[in-house]
Write a protein that binds this ligand. Structure first.
Ligand SMILES: C[S@@+](CC[C@H](N)C(=O)[O-])C[C@H]1O[C@@H](n2cnc3c(N)ncnc32)[C@H](O)[C@@H]1O
Length: 201
C-alpha cells in the first residue's frame, strides 16, 4: 500500500521531509499546510531536497563550503548529503509535493489547501507551548478542534497520527485514540476517521 501524506501543522516541513526520506518507496505524495508563511517557505525548500536534483545540489553546496572552510564537520555533512542523493537517484525520481497556507481549525481553508487531493495518512506534530503555540482566531479549540475540522475534510478510514513533546497527547472531548505510545520525549496518538453514519449514531 502507498501513502498520500498530509501534515496540516507542517511548520518547516522537517517532519514531512524526514518521513518521506525514510519511506520514499511507499509515499507517493506529500502535502504540508500551516498558518505560518515564513515556515511554509522553509518547508518548500526542505521538500525540494527530496528530488534527485535537489539533494545533489545541496550536497555540492555543502562540499564547496567544506572545502572553503576546511571544517571536518562540513565534510561529513557533504558526504551524508551525497549518500542521500545517491539513494534518491536509485528511485524513479517522481515525487509530488505541495505546500499551502491553511488554518487547521477552518475546514474551508483546509479544503482549499487539499485542492481535491485525498490523503490517506495525516501525520502532525502539534504545538507544545514552549517555542510553539496554536495561532489564529480559533486557537483555543486546541487538539480536539483540529480533529473536528480534519474530520470534515478527510475520507473515512484515513489514519491520523498526532505527536507532541509531552508525556501524553491530551484529548479533552469524547474521542478516544485507537492507540497511543511514547518515543523519546514525544507522545503519539493514532486515530482513524470513522464513517459519517457511525459518527452520527
Ligand atoms: C511543533 S510545530 C511543528 C513543527 C514541524 N513538524 C516541523 O517539522 O517544523 C507546530 C506548528 O503548528 C503550527 N500552527 C499553529 N497554529 C496553527 C493553526 N491554527 N493552523 C495550522 N497550523 C498551526 C505552527 O505554526 C507550527 O509550525
Amino acid at each position: 500500500p502507498t501513502a498520500q501524506v498530509w501534515d496540516p501543522c507542517c511548520g518547516s516541513g522537517h517532519l514531512l521531509t524526514t518521513l518521506t526520506l525514510l519511506h520514499r518507496d511507499r509515499i507517493t505524495s506529500v502535502l504540508g499546510s500551516d498558518v505560518d508563511h515564513a515556515a511554509l517557505e522553509l518547508a518548500r525548500k526542505n521538500l525540494a531536497l527530496l528530488s534527485k536534483h535537489g539533494m545533489t545540489a545541496r550536497a555540492n553546496e555543502l562540499q564547496a563550503r567544506a572545502e572553503r572552510l576546511s571544517k571536518p564537520a562540513y565534510l561529513d555533512a557533504a558526504a551524508a548529503a551525497q549518500r542521500l542523493a545517491r539513494r534518491l537517484a536509485s528511485g524513479d525520481g517522481s515525487f509530488d509535493y505541495n505546500i499551502a497556507p491553511a488554518d487547521v481549525f477552518d475546514p474551508a481553508q483546509l479544503r482549499r489547501a487539499l485542492n481535491g487531493r485525498r490523503p490517506n495518512v495525516v501525520v502532525t506534530d502539534i504545538p507544545y507551548g514552549e517555542q510553539t503555540a496554536w495561532h489564529g482566531p480559533d486557537a483555543a479549540r486546541g487538539l480536539d478542534g483540529m480533529l473536528n475540522s480534519l474530520e470534515e475534510v478527510l475520507d473515512e478510514g484515513t489514519v491520523i497520527a498526532v505527536t507532541t513533546r509531552a508525556r501524553k497527547v491530551r484529548l479533552t472531548g469524547p474521542r478516544r485514540p485507537l492507540a497511543w505510545f511514547r518515543i523519546g520525549s514525544r507522545a503519539v496518538i493514532l486515530c482513524r476517521i470513522a464513517s459519517r453514519l457511525q459518527h452520527r449514531v
